[in-house]
Ligand binder design. Structure first.
Ligand code: FPP
Length: 262
């Protein structure tokens, strides 16, 4: 099927399940998709089977996000620390990421999904780098859902590379140190790729599956005021019911951003 470069899907009708209200939905959702290996082990399967089912759960979540009018979905697909896993598992995950992009590109085009990859892409296999680059280029005019895959990503590294870029600008006399503020800093973070007038690079809601209660070096700067939702569900079992539970929990939160309400 030819993939045109101009398929910004028309504003699609959003049909929300009962209990969700469009005005108070998060615009940006972040996912720590944890528990693939435990899901597989519980079934006597190798970790790779867990990742395979994890990929299906991710695509389900992409479709639900699109259907419910979420503007940005940032998913932690592979951390910088994950390079320390056995080579066979790393190779499998790289091939899986490439397959995820290739197999879903036609749908991304048809349904208005823009794809961006953040993280240290210099470490990715050349074929994954090319697949990612081509998909980013093909989907650049899509605007219904912004899907950001964090691959070879580290929140601390993101902060360090932003500092380096600002230091270079100061060195080149393009900036004065006193010009640096939170907004300029955020512009240099890799997540700024998904920020526009409709959404921010900071997730409103961050979901972590599998019962672990930590951020694991994900969006450290960006999650300063994210609402956190933890569930014991292992990622491959994460589906509509669990996503709805997280969104309903989000809608019941009182977000004050440190201020006092009158
Ligand atoms: C981007 C993309 C296409 C991803 C699809 C597959 C996917 C969901 C990958 C996440 C990778 C990962 C290390 C998950 C954590 O499970 P774990 O192995 O650490 O599980 P455990 O906590 O049970 O050990």
């Amino acid at each position: 099927m030819p993939l045109s470069n101009s398929t910004s899907a028309p504003a699609a009708e959003v049909l929300l399940p009962e209990g969700l209200e469009a005005e108070s939905l998060p615009r940006h959702v972040a996912l720590v998709m944890d528990g693939n290996s435990r899901w597989a082990a519980a079934r006597g399967l190798p970790p790779t089977d867990g990742h395979e089912h994890g990929m299906r759960a991710l695509m389900k979540t992409v479709r639900l996000s699109r259907a419910w009018g979420i503007r940005v979905l940032t998913a932690f697909g592979f951390s910088l620390e994950n390079w320390n896993r056995p080579k066979a598992e790393v190779d499998f995950l790289m091939a899986l990421i490439e397959r995820f992009i290739n197999d879903n590109l036609a749908e991304f085009m048809r349904e208005g999904t823009r794809l961006r990859i953040i993280g240290d892409r210099s470490r990715l296999p050349v074929s994954v780098q090319k697949t990612a680059r081509d998909a980013e280029e093909a989907t650049r005019n899509n605007s219904r859902l912004h899907l950001v895959l964090a691959i070879s990503y580290s929140g601390r590294m993101d902060i360090v590379q932003a500092c380096r870029k600002l230091a270079q600008k100061v060195d080149a006399k393009l900036l004065r140190p006193e010009d640096i503020d939170e907004s300029l800093f955020a512009d240099e973070l890799q997540t700024s790729c998904a920020a526009d007038e409709a959404s921010s690079s900071c997730p409103d809601l961050l979901i972590r599956t599998s019962g672990e209660l930590r951020l694991s070096n994900f969006l450290l700067w960006q999650s300063a005021y994210s609402e956190l939702f933890f569930t014991d569900t292992l990622w491959p079992d994460f589906g509509e019911a669990q996503y709805l539970q997280a969104l309903r929990a989000f809608q019941s939160r009182d977000r004050r951003f440190g201020a006092r309400k009158n």
